[in-house]
Design a protein around this ligand. Structure first.
Ligand SMILES: [Zn+2]
Length: 453
């Protein structure tokens, strides 16, 4: 049996009591957290297994991001300064439509490199219309924890060649779910992904929801109420507001993750709450596309599930959980007062609340005995961080650690990342890929893709 003892200066557990431990070690057996012990109670020099000495660093749970588009990473920087529908019509739909298996594979690898090196260890990915098997192959190969599915589109007024028939979409999803749901030892699960109302017929939405029953533990993942023009078009098409429409056709329950949820009426907020719907909040994307600001403080007050996602690289343009935490906190303050969205609340959205949104809180999202060892080590003893070892302003240093993580830290402070106790990134380098190779192959694939554009 493979044992590892990971030594940390501080462990920020994100458990129900927000416990922070000092000078403790996490013992990992078979990829799981076996016990968490004080360094006083363990004989490190005679430990019967591998010792990972990170005793200078702060240990936190791996981040969970609940709205990602890996297929778009190759298009980073190629769709700036546009509003959603133009962004889709002029850039993203034509780009995704031009993907070959090879260009898609590069896009996914670039995205995973970025996510893993930044401490994200679980994702919900939206997928793309065609060649989705490539995304699953890459997810399985790299060992990230993920929900993913082919992005379903059976109508498309904005860019008509980027769609397939209803039956094609459904059959593709069914075949992929049969192959990949619960694959890689249960780490990869299916996330049914009808893109949004404007690209999905009612038949497609309803039959997708029905199909989910065959795949327990799968997720229904779509966009909702992101942009004013989108909401107006949904109203014209259905006679209803976006979430009222989803509710009327039975799409809403605790396995539904809706990205954005910005333009909502009172009745829609009630529907989110009464159906236990999960909101994936993407603040950077919402700002960059000028979409608006979701009323996250209200959702939290109503005990509606909120978690964070970077969305796609071309609307962000980073995939960093740190950037999302920072924006999630800052964008609310001019509206709701600076006391809204404090650092601890936001840190929990990026970790345990993400796990709860996907129903994997028994496996990940916090550092507790019995959970998977998906862990991130941060170097906070740096000149760009709050001075450590100080109790001040009525707060202990351990209470102030959330301020460091949310307001000061970035990907640059990530020392190491582990999934199932296995090191996947160290000193900002994802160990699974050669970064130089990714960049040069990415250049080649993007050049080819732009010729087909
Ligand atoms: Zn999205």
């Amino acid at each position: 049996m493979k044992r590892k003892l990971l030594l940390a200066n501080r462990i920020v557990t994100a458990d129900a009591k927000n416990t922070v431990l000092r000078n403790h070690a996490v013992e990992i057996i078979e990829g799981k957290i076996e016990r968490i012990v004080s360094l006083k109670d363990v004989n490190v020099s005679n430990y019967n297994g591998e010792v990972l000495d990170y005793s200078r660093y702060t240990l936190i749970p791996g981040f969970v991001q609940t709205h990602i588009h890996l297929c778009q990473t190759l298009f980073r920087g190629l769709a700036d300064d546009l509003e959603l529908l133009d962004w889709l019509q002029k850039r993203i739909f034509p780009f995704e439509n031009a993907h070959t298996k090879n260009s898609l594979r590069l896009s996914v690898r670039l995205g995973l490199h970025d996510l893993l090196s930044g401490g994200t260890t679980t994702i919900l990915d939206m997928g793309t219309l065609r060649h989705q098997e490539v995304i699953f192959e890459e997810l399985n190969w790299c060992g990230v924890r993920a929900f993913a599915g082919n992005c379903m589109m059976d109508q498309n007024e904005l860019y008509p060649s980027f769609r397939e028939t209803t039956d094609w979409n459904l059959k593709t999803a069914h075949d992929l779910a049969k192959t990949y749901h619960d694959s890689n030892g249960g780490k990869v699960k299916f996330g049914f992904a009808p893109r949004f109302v404007l690209s999905c017929t009612e038949k497609l939405l309803k039959e997708t929801k029905e199909m989910m029953k065959e795949f327990p533990g799968s997720i229904f993942h779509t966009h909702s109420s992101e942009n004013q023009k989108e909401v107006e078009t949904v109203r014209k098409l259905t006679g209803k507001e976006n979430i009222e429409y989803f509710n009327s056709i039975g799409m809403l329950d605790s396995h539904t993750v809706l990205a954005h949820c910005i333009h909502l009426n009172e009745n829609e907020i009630k529907s989110l709450k009464s159906n236990s719907v999960r909101v994936a909040h993407c603040p950077s994307s919402n700002l960059k596309l000028g979409s608006g600001i979701a009323n996250v403080p209200r959702f939290i007050k109503e005990e509606i599930s909120v978690s964070l996602g970077a969305d796609g690289a071309p609307c962000n343009n980073t995939l960093s959980a740190f950037t999302e935490m920072r924006h999630a906190a800052l964008i609310q303050k001019p509206i709701h007062w600076p006391t809204a969205m404090d650092a601890l609340t936001v840190f929990r959205l990026a970790t345990i609340e993400g796990a709860k949104a996907l129903h994997v809180e028994n496996e990940v999202g916090s550092i507790e005995v019995g959970k998977k060892a998906d862990l991130v080590l941060l170097d906070l003893e740096k000149a760009d961080q709050p001075i450590q070892g100080i109790n001040a302003q009525g707060l202990s240093e351990d209470e102030r650690v959330y301020s460091a993580i949310v307001y000061s830290a970035s990907k640059e402070n990530v020392k190491a990342v582990l999934i199932d106790g296995k090191l996947v990134s160290e000193n900002g380098n994802c160990l699974l890929y050669d970064e130089n190779e990714l960049v040069s192959e990415g250049k080649q694939e993007l050049n080819e893709l732009l010729k087909r554009f």
